[in-house]
Design a protein around this ligand. Structure first.
Ligand code: BYC
Length: 488
């Protein structure tokens, strides 16, 4: 890769220094030094908490070479510790104005507005914390990859989450002075699942024990990432908007990995059932004997990862969310495409609530319900993936449908955290929940079975029997392409 690449958008990515960037870091020696000081800690963290093994193997990775939507990336073999992590902001939109909240119509801010500094820092830190967390959660999966294609996709996701961390750390170091430096250090100190120093949001402390969980995580949890980034991309604070807009370009591939990954697992199951003459998808033992994951267990994984992800949208009624909107820091999903007053004073929004032990829909002030509005947009978006999986099941004429569980099911944040509900939203007492839990969520035995299938497949073009090959290769490569060179 040459030292500098000029995109058609006119934004130059400078690869000559330690920290690739398109923000002319050389002319800002304070921030450059701060980031160069942070760099060794990042590399130590990557080596310690990044993918376990394979660090010295060449991986066919996509690296951003520009921020122009057309042709922004280049593919080539890279050893992961040499990946060009850096800071890339989408081009500044000339004359951009703030699209919502009290500052609507004013020119977007290029500096942090003093009165909302703490709230803005909190949003940046929470966003930043999720990025290394997911790498930590996925660090053991390379060892059981069902193919070199899938292994490469995992590593692609991982290096890009690393870059997203860089993007947030840049904002902290450039705009938040000493507090920002301290927060940047903390981002490298917390660890997913650690009892003393866990990651900030619940779902990022859960295990990702197997590849089906990885595909569910990238389908659902990365989609929360998409929704939150879309909302932050509307921010009146222009540098945050620009970092998030570019992160969204990379995020799309993560959800592709998830949705096609689950689809390929579903297809392998349906094909094996057809070939084995099994008509009843709930005949779990016979389906498992074919070496594939039965559809009811796939449904349990949907239930688990969807419900964990719903928690990431916060409480049903949130003054934090109202403040972030009022102060023009965090908008709604695609705020600039909405046609209301973008202030929401006096507006209401319907929210499912738990009132006197009953689930009811209640109209509440729209400003306080912004977390739920984003969550509803997420559910609509996620339903598209489930539909895709059901089309595969229908095409195989297997009588089964995957579905998203009710929002009250298996919650730890918000109103439904205090009750138990089944996947259809019927409230259960504690005894009934204990009795049926393993029918709704993956049981220990399900985990043991799935783990028994997680055997690495390293032959180029070969795939574990529980997952079918993808329809097309990455970057148009043929089926037997060596995406990760294991013997270099
Ligand atoms: N776990 O007023 P509330 C991604 C806390 S994913 C633990 O409802 P708010 C990615 C909350 O912090 C996207 N605690 O909260 C995906 C608050 O605490 P304080 C990440 C939680 O602020 C895959 C208190 O409860 N980005 O990018 O309205 C791979 C009151 O709650 C949780 C963002 O989330 C929880 N789940 O909503 C890689 C965007 N939920 O302050 C990456 C930035 C709530 O009272 N974050 N709490 O001590 C936000 O916009 C908001 O902070 C949240 C929470 C939506 C997360």
């Amino acid at each position: 890769m040459s030292d500098a690449t000029t995109t058609t958008a006119g934004s130059t990515v400078d690869y000559s220094g330690l920290i690739p960037n398109n923000i002319d870091l050389n002319s800002d020696s304070r921030v450059r030094k701060a980031l160069e000081t942070w760099h060794p800690g990042y590399i130590d963290w990557w080596k310690q908490m990044g993918p376990d093994g394979f660090q010295s193997n060449p991986v066919y990775l996509r690296t951003a070479i520009g921020v122009d939507p057309d042709g922004w990336a280049k593919f080539g073999y890279v050893r992961m510790p040499e990946y060009k992590w850096g800071i890339l902001l989408a081009p500044q939109v000339e004359g951009r104005t703030i699209p919502f909240g009290a500052h609507r119509g004013e020119p977007a801010w290029q500096e942090v507005p003093g009165e909302c500094r703490a709230l803005l820092r909190r949003l940046v830190v929470i966003q930043g914390d999720t990025e290394p967390a997911s790498v930590e959660q996925q660090r053991h999966l390379g060892r059981t990859a069902p193919s070199l294609y899938d292994m490469r996709n995992l590593f692609q996701v991982n290096v890009e989450e690393g870059r997203h961390l860089w993007a947030m750390v840049y904002l902290l170091q450039k705009y938040f002075g000493r507090d920002g430096r301290e927060e940047a250090e903390e981002l490298l100190r917390r660890r997913s699942g650690d009892a003393d120093s866990p990651r900030m949001l619940g779902a990022f402390n859960e295990a990702t024990p197997d590849w089906l969980s990885f595909f569910m995580f990238t389908t659902f949890t990365d989609r929360d990432g998409k929704m939150q980034l879309e909302a932050l991309a509307q921010s009146g604070f222009d540098p945050l908007s620009r970092t998030c807009r570019f992160m969204l370009t990379e995020e799309a591939h993560h959800m592709f990995v998830g949705v096609t990954g689950v689809g390929r697992v579903v297809e392998a199951t349906c094909k094996a059932m057809r070939a084995g003459g099994i008509d009843d998808p709930t005949d779990i033992e016979r389906v498992r004997a074919l070496g594939v994951i039965d559809l009811p267990t796939i449904q349990k994984k949907v239930n688990l990862h969807f419900s964990l992800t719903l928690d990431l949208f916060g409480n049903e009624i949130s003054t934090n969310a109202a403040n972030a909107f009022n102060t023009s820091l965090k908008g709604r999903f695609r705020e600039d495409k909405l046609t209301d007053d973008h202030l929401l004073t006096g507006a209401t929004y319907p929210v499912l609530r738990l009132l006197d032990g009953v689930i009811v829909k209640q109209d509440v002030p729209a400003l306080n319900a912004l977390n739920m509005r984003l969550r509803d947009d997420f559910i609509t978006d996620a339903a598209g993936g489930v539909q895709r999986w059901n089309r595969i099941i229908d095409a195989a004429e297997v009588p089964f449908r995957l579905c998203l569980p009710h929002v009250a099911f298996h919650r730890r944040i918000g109103e439904f955290a205090s009750v138990h509900a089944d996947p259809d939203g019927r409230l259960l007492d504690a005894a009934a929940w204990q009795k049926y839990r393993d029918e709704y969520l993956p049981s220990a035995a399900d985990g043991v079975f799935i783990e028994s299938l997680m055997r690495p497949v390293h032959e180029p073009g070969a795939f574990a029997p529980w997952i079918v090959p993808p329809k097309t290769g990455i970057d148009g490569k043929p089926g037997d392409f060596e995406y990760v060179k294991l013997h270099d």
